[in-house]
Design a binder for this molecule. Structure first.
Ligand code: ATP
Ligand code: MN
Length: 145
């Protein structure tokens, strides 16, 4: 039924639960899987050399985080017998990066966590999930922690 499943991951436990569900679905339906991490845009503003240094540091740290989250997702998939592609995405916002990846991969299902790294601070849904649900035109499975 689902040809291509996109799994946005942020390194959180809840996102890893989404990875497990996505792996099970992919095995059932023979779907391709892409794990995606979107690097948050540089959150600070400033001018001059301090700004440039801070930005380089930020991008290094964010890239390392992206690879850690994607490696963990890919390994969990492999352990479940599913070969997943990985993508580091960019966007003006995280949800924008997810929407772009939906377009570029041609995914027909998104499997993502209800919450992420900030956990249950927001009782109903994390902001990224809320925005994806409001904007995307394909099916979304929201996995609860
Ligand atoms: P908030 O960020 O709104 O304070 P939160 O971190 O608990 O709260 P979200 O960020 O909405 O919640 O996370 C929900 C899900 O969105 C995660 O489980 C993951 O699937 C996805 N997600 C969050 N951040 C990213 C990211 N940078 N790249 C890819 N997917 C992400
Ligand atoms: Mn978050």
């Amino acid at each position: 039924m689902f040809k291509h499943i996109l799994v946005p991951v942020d390194g959180s436990e809840t996102a890893m639960l989404a990875v497990a569900k996505a792996a099970a679905l992919a095995k059932t339906f023979g779907s391709a899987v892409t794990a995606l991490h979107v690097i948050d845009p540089y959150p600070f503003t400033g001018v001059g050399a301090d700004f440039a240094y801070g930005q380089a540091q930020y991008i290094n740290a964010a890239t390392a985080e992206a690879h850690a989250a994607l490696d963990a997702a890919q390994k969990a998939m492999a352990d479940a017998g599913v070969q997943a592609a990985t993508v580091v995405g960019e966007g003006h916002t995280v949800h924008d990066g997810i929407l772009r990846a939906v377009e570029s991969t041609g995914a027909d299902l998104v499997v993502m966590g209800s919450h992420g790294r900030r956990g249950l601070e927001k009782l109903v849904l994390g902001s990224v999930t809320q925005r994806v649900l409001g904007a995307v035109h394909i099916s979304v499975l929201v996995v609860r922690s």
